[in-house]
Ligand binder design. Structure first.
Ligand SMILES: Nc1ncnc2c1ncn2[C@@H]1O[C@H](COP(=O)(O)OP(=O)(O)OP(=O)(O)O)[C@@H](O)[C@H]1O
Length: 216
């Protein structure tokens, strides 16, 4: 498999605090990585570097053969999409959120595609008119994830997206991520503290004190 992203000797420092040190990682296209490690060890900062939400202090981050700084930020975010543990939904309704990816591309919402995505994760088209304040935590997370993948990115970076959800909601999201990775060829990297997710990881990375341990 070819490297879709690679990090070479990446350091990330804030003031005099070295948060990530000498990170070397090659992410092949189609990979499905699970990232774990103690609280505060640098997992979120690692994904945020890959998402170009923060900038490295030194080293190289290469995506599809080019340094990530060389990409237009808007185009880069369409290719490398970051999902938050506590997603921000905006506007008034679910439809406001799911129309957004089309609006920024100056396209009309593709309702059959949106409906199919909702149904895939156990939601229905009726939910489009629902107020976001009335959604459960699991519904919010599913709507936010759908918003991120209506146009498929190459890489999906998932920061504890199942934390705080019940088993049924976790299972729906696991099955959907499996589908995106195996059937739609989206490369996924997911941070988790969940022992079941760690036990079932295809490939496990551990971040400990700002350093990366592969396959530990
Ligand atoms: N702007 C900043 N200034 C100072 N310290 C920061 C800054 N951003 C992150 N840190 C520190 O970097 C370290 C790594 O943070 P990070 O959020 O990546 O941890 P994490 O492994 O994701 O933790 P958790 O599992 O608790 O979410 C923490 O000690 C955090 O306080």
């Amino acid at each position: 498999m070819t490297a879709l992203m690679s990090l070479q000797n990446v350091n990330y420092q804030v003031k005099d605090k070295l948060i990530l040190q000498e990170i070397n990682l090659t992410v092949p296209a189609g990979a499905n990585y699970t990232i774990t490690g103690p609280s505060g060890s640098g997992k979120s900062m690692l994904l945020r570097l890959m998402a170009a939400m923060i900038s490295k202090t030194s080293g190289e981050l290469i995506f599809a053969g080019k340094p990530i700084e060389s990409y237009d930020p808007i185009m880069y975010r369409r290719e490398v999409s970051y999902c938050f543990q506590q997603p921000t939904l905006f506007g008034t309704t679910v439809a406001d959120n799911l129309a957004f990816p089309y609006q920024i591309r100056k396209q009309v919402i593709d309702l059959p595609h949106v409906t199919a995505a909702l149904e895939y994760v156990g939601l229905s088209a009726k939910m489009l008119n629902q107020k976001i304040e009335d959604l459960s935590g699991g519904e919010r997370q599913r709507v936010a994830l759908i918003r991120n993948i209506l146009f498929l990115p190459k890489i999906l970076l998932l920061d504890e997206v199942t934390a705080g959800l019940d088993t049924a909601n976790k299972d729906i999201i696991h099955e959907w991520l499996r589908h995106l990775n195996e059937d739609r060829h989206v490369t996924t990297l997911m941070i988790t503290h969940d022992t079941t997710e760690i036990a079932s990881a295809d490939q496990l990375l551990r971040v400990v004190d700002g350093r990366l341990e592969v396959g530990a």
